[in-house]
Structures are given as C-alpha cells and as structure tokens.
Design a protein around this ligand. Structure first.
Ligand code: GDP
Ligand code: MG
Length: 388
C-alpha cells in the first residue's frame, strides 16, 4: 500500500533527509511526523518514524553528554576489503575469541561480561580477497546502553555474523537476536524483493539497475523519487519490486542484511543441540559450528559462506594487450559490464566501445560483449574505448 503522502509531508521529509546533524534531523523528523495523515497505508511509516525518533533522541542525548565531558565514543568503522561483516551477539558467547581465530586481531578474551566496549576490526583472508570482520560490543538484553550504536554499526555493514553460545539455550539466543534486529528494521531473511537507493556524489539522473524485476514502470519510479526531490540516484532492484518497496527504500524503514550464524563453544554440547538449532533458524541462513577458544574454526568454510551469502563475484580486469589484474574487483552477483566499467574508471564507461571476456560467462574465449552483459565469478574483462 503506497502512503500517498500530501506534498507538505513530502517536503518535510526532504528537510529531514537534508538535515546534517542529529539535532536538525530530530527536529525535522518531529515536524514530518506531525504532518503524516494516519491511515492503513501510513502505519508502517509511522511506526518507523517513531522508532527513528527514539534513536535520534538517544543520539542527541549522547552528543550532549560528550560535550559536557561524559564518555561515549563513535562506533563508526571505516570499511576495508571486499565487504564489512559485523559480528553480533550477547556477552561472553566468544566473539572476541572468534575474531582472534579468524583474523588474528587481538581483542581481549575474558570470562566477565562486557569486556569489549568499542568495535574491533580484523581482516579475514578468503582466497585472493579479504573480508573485514568487526566485533561489535555485546548486545545488552535489557536494552539501552550502547544498543543504539550497535544497531547503527549493523545498518552500515554489508553483512552480519550472529554469534551464539551453544551451551546457553542457543535457540532462545537466536530468537532474541532475530527479534532485536527486526524491531530496529534489520531483516536477516532475504525478502522476495527489495530496492537500494544510493545517492552518492557524481551520480547523474535516476539510474535503475535491474538485478531482478520491476513491477511498475521506470517512469513511475522516477516520478515517485522526484516527488521526494530525489533527482540523482542509483536505484538497485533485487527480486520482485513494486512502487511500495521503492518508497520503503526512500524511508529506509527496512534494510536487509545477509547473515550467517556461528554456533560457538560446540565443544560443550552434543550434536543434537546443533540439529535443534537448525530447525529453529530460517533455512536460508547458514549455520557453522565452531569452538573458537579451542582453535576449532573453519576459516575457509566461513570465508566461502560469507562470499556466497553476500552473493559476491570476482572479476579480473585487463587492459587491451595487457595481463589481467592480480587483485579482483568484487561485485554483486548480477552485475554487468556497465558496473565493471564504472567501478574501474568513469572514463571507461563514458568512452566505452565494447568489451571482451574470458571465463565462466564467455561463450568462447575473448567473446565480444556490450554493457548489459552479465559477468560471473572468475571472469576476465577487457574494456575497449573509443578514441578521444
Ligand atoms: N569452552 C569454550 N569456551 C570458549 C569458547 N570460545 C570462547 N570461550 C570462553 O568464553 C569466554 C568469553 O569469551 P569472549 O571471546 O571474551 O566472549 P565475547 O564477550 O563474546 O567477546 C572466555 O572465558 C572464553 O575463554 C569455546 O569455543 N569453547
Ligand atoms: Mg568481546
């Protein structure tokens, strides 16, 4: 159901999007909220706005405390490597031990609660790429504390690693984590369709990238975005997407984060515990057992599972007559030559003539293809440009 917001409310939402500081955002969102009519179509939006308001209030309060000398550090971690995976779980489940086993990063491992008080990053090698694994401070079951900042960290991640202690009612832990994330708009089960709107610098006009199917016209999408004064954005379509889901993406009410589960301390339980957990966790979410403090961690399997769950592919670019790059370009499955060209250099896209490909997506070695050709993991791509 589309919200059918009056123009006044849309204008207020634009103010909210344009606000820079949490204080400005808080004020703008309050104004927006009071201009939204209350009916069935706006239920979800209102729920989201109220939740966001609570988060912003917490953030503003936090900043005030900091200015007046109280503690509170930012949880933002700059991304490195092919993708950022945030490790979430309750205290003492073995997150720090797992981070150390996977990446060598030395987070303190201790048997008292809340040892880790800020995010700690490490790098996990997988074949010829690296994932950034970030241990988040533990989620506090009673709420409050730094939970809001942990959610912020998770929303900024490319994927999540939920860590569960096999010896302490693992099913309950999973269900509580699942519920906690859902309440904050993070879905870990892949929806049938979703859209991602990227408003980065250098984007000209509304560009639709289809990795799935759009159930309305491109013009419908443009008109909706324009009514929110969004004129420059890349809109990525995954699965089946209608206009409702596009509007949801504008509001960012729900985000999907590909997730895997690690059941740790498997040395303390029998095999049946794992089977029970498998029945309780949605089948699309992989579960990997580990005993981090015992050094029993299958790094290869975890790397492969992250790669597959995030639906990534690697492409090796080469100049005409030259050799393929050693370091691959990491892209989402469904990416095309257009995505490759743009990722390498805008000039390759602007002066694109044709590409040649070798590898899994090529009908024969050196096949000539255009911008809409879908690339696959392991492809070598050579982009040829027109003379200036
Ligand atoms: N038996 C067992 N204990 C573990 C395992 N992994 C971690 N621990 C212990 O659990 C406690 C908490 O570990 P830590 O990594 O600090 O947990 P965090 O709070 O989630 O970061 C420590 O005493 C660890 O030695 C494991 O695989 N098996
Ligand atoms: Mg820790």
């Amino acid at each position: 159901m589309v919200t059918n917001l009056p123009a006044e409310a849309k204008a207020k939402f634009v103010k909210y999007m344009e606000a820079k500081t949490p204080e400005e955002k808080l004020r703008a969102l309050q104004e927006f909220l009071s201009s939204v009519p209350k009916h069935k179509g706006t239920e979800n939006l209102l729920r989201w706005a109220r939740k966001r308001l609570a988060e912003l209030r917490e953030e503003v309060e936090e900043r005030r405390r900091k200015r007046t000398g109280g503690g509170g550090v930012s949880f933002f971690v700059e991304k490195t490597g092919a993708a950022q995976i945030v490790m979430l779980g309750f205290t003492n489940v073995g997150k720090s031990a797992l981070l150390r086993a996977l990446t060598g990063a030395r987070a303190e491992v201790a048997d008292y609660p809340y040892t880790t008080r800020r995010p700690i990053p490490g790098a996990l090698k997988f074949e010829d790429i690296e994932f950034q694994i970030v241990e988040a401070p533990a989620i506090i079951p009673s709420g409050g504390g730094w939970n809001g900042r942990v959610i912020g960290l998770a929303k900024n991640a490319d994927g999540l690693m939920l860590v569960i202690d096999a010896s302490r009612d693992p099913i309950k832990q999973f269900e509580e984590l699942h519920k906690f994330l859902k309440e904050h708009g993070i879905h870990i089960v892949k929806p049938r369709g979703y859209a991602v709107i990227e408003k980065g610098r250098g984007v000209q006009g509304i560009q639709i990238r289809l990795y799935g199917r759009l159930k309305c016209t491109v013009n419908d999408v443009k008109r909706l975005l324009e009514s929110y004064r969004i004129y420059n954005a890349v809109v990525k379509i995954y699965g089946e997407v209608d206009l409702d889901l596009i509007e949801e993406a504008i509001f960012e009410t729900i985000t999907y984060k590909p997730s895997i589960v690690i059941v740790n301390k498997i040395d303390l339980v029998g095999k049946e515990a794992l089977a029970e957990l498998r029945r309780a966790v949605p089948s699309s979410i992989p579960i990997i057992p580990a005993a981090a403090a015992r050094g029993l961690v299958d790094k290869k399997l975890i790397g492969r599972t992250i790669f597959d769950t995030l639906e990534l592919i690697r492409v090796y670019t080469k100049p005409p007559l030259g050799k393929p790059s050693e370091k691959p370009l990491v892209l989402k499955r469904g990416s095309t030559i257009l995505d490759v060209a743009k990722a390498v250099h805008s000039e390759l896209y602007e002066r694109f003539a044709y590409a040649r490909i070798w590898g899994p997506s090529a009908k024969y070695p050196g096949q000539r293809v255009g911008l809409d050709h879908v690339v696959e993991d392991g492809d070598i791509v050579e982009i040829n440009t027109r003379k200036k």
